[in-house]
Design a protein around this ligand. Structure first.
Ligand code: NIG
Ligand code: FE
Length: 385
């Protein structure tokens, strides 16, 4: 069965062969969707016949957001920690321990319903692909179950046993790294596509360069793709390690030196920026313009988690990227769609070309520019065809 979607005032395809700019914009556009994929795209006046028709009444359509960084399997929240931060308390990752405690105590069903609620919240704001990390279990059984539950909602699952050194291993980080790279990895790898590590020597709770390298190399040997929490709190080794090991993405990139930017520009690692975290931790925003000027591929993602930033909203991230990081509305939209797809090494999402998945977001607005122009307004939703 095929469906013609028309009444599209402005269609963002992210396919430069379809229209001007990297967004490949088509005005007065239409799409034909068949079996969940884009079968035709072009001007409405040229559209072929289809079995059914959906008229969007002059709205804009964009590729569904690709949120390539989120921590959604957890219990409890940390509203009090956020409140303290707003009064000047710095973020150092120490609060993760309290989420680990609550997550270990939760039932599978409690974790599953929290995850499903957050994914629904994301979909209601236009996100069609989401990556989900473990990292609040930090025992073999708790990490394995977080990934098993995450895999129920997305193929983009990431093993983050190396989130922090759990309380029972304080002073014995080497032993914990051995567990993460040994028995825990074996239990988790069957449920994960990716491995990640919080590489941050400036945090007493996270991992230094040697430990991060050991974790990533073990993950690669187990067949997992690599991602890194890098340079979030300081000028650290994470970005250059990510590039050296061929990671798909270096995430945060809040503090970057020239050598970091040069490495990203020369390598194949995407720089994934997470501005909701700078917003919610009162930190300086990453220098997106410097990365773009160097030719680095930039993605935007929410990093939705109960600690450093609890927003599930890609439109909010885009608005911050435009207002606070100097990205144009077009750059921000590309980074939150095709940029996210690049960060996940996917070529079937993040764009609306023939053959891609028909993952559409429709805006209650005539143009994608309204995403940043009307911050906080619920304009975006996914469109089920
Ligand atoms: O990406 N920095 C490490 N991990 C998360 C925060 C997790 C938390 O605070 O609960 C992040 O910011
Ligand atoms: Fe994160």
């Amino acid at each position: 069965m095929s469906t013609l979607v028309d009444g599209i005032a402005e269609l963002v395809t992210n396919d430069a062969t379809c229209g001007p700019g990297p967004l490949g914009v088509i005005l007065d556009a239409a799409l034909v969707i068949q079996d969940g994929h884009v079968a035709w795209v072009g001007r409405a006046a040229d559209a072929p016949a289809a079995d059914e028709r959906t008229d969007l009444g002059g709205r804009a359509v964009i590729p569904g957001f690709v949120d390539s960084h989120a921590h959604l399997v957890f219990a409890g929240d940390r509203a009090a920690e956020f409140e303290a931060r707003m009064s000047g308390q710095p973020y150092d990752g120490g609060g993760i321990t309290s989420t680990v405690r609550a997550t270990r105590a939760a039932t599978d069903q409690e974790l599953r319903s929290g995850l499903v609620r957050l994914v629904a919240e994301m979909r209601a704001q236009g996100t069609t692909t989401v990556e989900v990390k473990s990292g609040y279990g930090l025992t073999v059984a708790d990490e394995e179950r977080a990934l098993r539950i995450a895999a129920e909602v997305t193929p983009e699952t990431t093993y983050l046993g190396a989130h922090v050194v759990p309380i029972e291993y304080v002073g014995r980080a080497g032993e914990y790294v051995a567990l993460v790279t040994g028995e825990m990895l074996q239990a988790c790898a069957p449920h994960a596509r990716w491995i990640d590590v919080f590489c941050e020597p400036a945090s007493a709770h996270a991992f230094d360069a040697d430990a991060a390298r050991a974790v990533l190399e073990a993950g690669a040997r187990a067949g997992l793709g690599l991602r890194v929490h890098a340079n979030q709190l300081s000028l650290g080794p994470g970005v250059q390690l990510a590039v050296e090991l061929g990671a798909a993405s270096a995430d945060h990139c809040t503090y970057l030196g020239d050598a970091d930017v040069d490495a990203l520009a020369a390598g194949s690692t995407v720089a994934t920026l997470l501005p909701s975290i700078e917003f919610s931790t009162r930190s300086p925003y990453p220098d997106a313009r410097r990365l773009l000027a160097a030719g680095v591929t930039v993605a935007l993602a929410t990093d939705c988690n109960p600690g450093s930033g609890y927003s599930s909203s890609m439109p909010f991230c885009l608005a911050l990227a435009v207002r606070e990081m100097g990205m144009t509305p077009a750059e921000a939209l590309w980074a939150g769609t095709l940029g996210g797809a690049r960060a996940l090494r996917r070529d079937d999402v993040g764009q609306l070309r023939v053959g891609a998945r028909a993952d559409l977001a429709v805006l209650d607005a005539p143009s994608y520019r309204h995403l940043a122009y009307r911050p906080g307004v619920p304009l975006a939703r996914t469109l089920e065809v």
